[in-house]
Design a protein around this ligand. Structure first.
Ligand code: NDP
Length: 331
């Protein structure tokens, strides 16, 4: 069976040379263990941070070992009473064709009719929980707020924008990196306005889309997007700082927003968060977001690459913005 190892720590943008596809033996499970054939694995922006040897909220990947990450698989051998052959499980041993280990590391999923299993990595999984918690708990979005979401056509952003609409936002504005994505946002996803941030200065594009300012900013991007949002904030504006993908591949620390002093007079709050601190909201999330998907109030896209030998390509393509919705590797 094959797995993807990190072989060098990328400086700036990662390249294929920083990774290796390695053939390893597939062990027979010990007592209490299972062997799982992976069906889907996730590539996520946070993995870029784990490729650096720095202290962070998750430890760095180790060189010469398989990387980890969210995956959905099917149990093919079980020596545990808790899981049976054929069970579909969610776990953290992605970046490989097979996963094995103690049964307690694998969570059985109950497939929902009409919802693909890959959705447990996106619209029903970690990215969507991030959107739910970030928008409702961290930014405290309320009915009547004007909400701006950056990275809006991606896994987290597309959910944040739709949840904002369901929760009665006055206006939802999104930014993304192509005209096709902008059309997706204002078309299928029902955003009130959207812009392609590559077509001009973000502060001007945002001002055009939000002439009355914004109350909530869901930040996936950082950098000039955050500066533009601070400029557009109404009094009492709140930002959920979810990610800063515009700087993940920067070799030098980027300059901060130059207009932070505005936060004082506008009485604004910027608040960072990490989704794994909010697992207590998982039940509410499944009830709400699962229900909205079932009722057709939330829709989602997935972009697929096929094969573990294309997992690195999928990761790099995601960083470049080649995904609409969640980027997933189908194994
Ligand atoms: P996405 O599905 O949004 O994929 C990443 C997207 O980032 C790309 O499609 C690309 O879209 C965009 N992008 C890349 N470079 C830039 C740039 N320089 N400026 C603006 N946009 C860029 O990923 P996710 O939805 O999984 O993650 C979105 C954000 O949420 C990330 O910052 C991630 O780190 C963060 N996150 C945070 C969590 C937390 O617990 N705080 C948990 C999960 C995710 P485009 O074409 O629009 O440029």
């Amino acid at each position: 069976t094959r797995e993807v190892h990190l072989t060098a720590r990328p400086q700036g943008w990662p390249t294929a040379d920083d990774f290796a596809l390695v053939e390893v033996d597939r062990p027979a499970p010990d007592e209490g263990e299972v062997l799982v054939r992976n069906l889907f694995m996730s590539v996520d922006p946070y993995m870029r941070g784990r490729m650096n040897d720095v202290k962070s909220y998750v430890p760095p990947f180790r060189l010469g070992e398989a990387m980890t990450g969210g995956a959905v698989g099917e149990v093919v051998e079980s020596r545990s009473p808790d899981l049976a052959e054929g069970d579909v499980v969610l776990h953290d041993y992605g970046w490989r064709e097979h996963a094995w280990g103690p049964a307690k590391r694998f969570r059985r999923l109950t497939p929902i009719e009409g919802v693909p299993l890959s959705a447990y990595l996106g619209a029903l999984g970690m990215p969507a929980l991030t959107a739910y918690v970030g928008l409702l708990d961290i930014a405290g979005m309320k009915e009547g707020d004007t909400v701006f979401v950056s990275g809006a056509a991606g896994a987290v952003g597309s959910m944040a924008g739709q949840i904002a609409q369901i929760k009665g936002a006055r206006r939802v504005i999104g930014s993304a990196g192509s005209d096709e994505k902008v059309a997706y946002l204002t078309g299928r996803l029902g955003f009130d306005a959207a812009f392609n941030y590559k077509t001009g200065p973000v502060h001007r594009l945002l001002a055009d889309s939000a002439p009355d300012g914004i109350d909530v900013y869901f930040d996936n991007v950082g950098g000039d997007h955050l500066e533009a949002a601070i400029g557009a904030f109404n009094r009492g504006g709140r930002a959920a700082l979810c990610g800063a993908i515009s700087v993940y591949n920067a070799a030098e620390p980027p300059p901060g927003p130059r207009n932070l002093a505005l936060l004082v007079g506008k009485r604004c709050t910027l608040r960072g968060f990490i989704v794994t601190d909010h697992n207590d909201r998982y039940g509410d999330f499944v009830r709400d977001v699962g229900g909205w998907i079932r009722d057709g109030k939330i829709t989602f896209e997935e972009t697929f690459f096929d094969g573990v030998d294309h997992a690195v390509d999928a990761f790099l393509a995601m960083l470049r913005g080649e995904n609409i919705g969640k980027m997933i590797v189908r194994l």
